[in-house]
Design a protein around this ligand. Sequence first.
Ligand code: HEC
Length: 149
Amino acid sequence: MKRIVIAVGTLLLATGVVLAQQDVAVRQQNQMKSQGKAMYGVILKMVKGETPYDQAAVNAALTALEADVSKIPTAFNVNPKEDVVNASFGSSQKIWQNKADFDAKVPPVSKAIADAKGTAKDAASLKVAFDAIQAKCTDCHETYRIKLK
Ligand code: HEC
């Protein structure tokens, strides 16, 4: 009986760990998705002229983006050691082998966003700002993001 209890207990613990890891991976991905919403759902649409230029919406998107980006180093402190189920993108294990280098990719993004706040005034200047921010996002993705499908 004692053995069964221990076995069940171990099984439950193991399941708990798996759930927790999936949870961490989902949280990390949700943060990136939120950044994607500001960049592609709001800003890129205005750059392409799909939605009219709206300074208040640009400011709100840049502010939300800035807040999200500043949380990247903390959000990725824990290695979930697994990908989000069915996800298109995953995290490279290199993140946790070179966490200092990973974290160092963040300040340039924050700087590009801060610069954009002062320069984005119409669709043309927003395009310049978008490209500058996007280049810094890509600088991390090239090394630390894996395309899963
Ligand atoms: C310091 C590294 C780093 C920076 C900087 C970074 N990302 Fe990511 N991003 C990642 C990693 C790692 C993943 C893969 C994790 C995942 O999606 O689960 C990812 C995934 C994504 C995804 C895919 C989410 C999905 O659907 O799976 C989007 C969208 C994204 N990032 C947007 C951005 C944008 C926009 C910026 C710049 C404003 C940015 N990221 C900056 C590391 C970074």
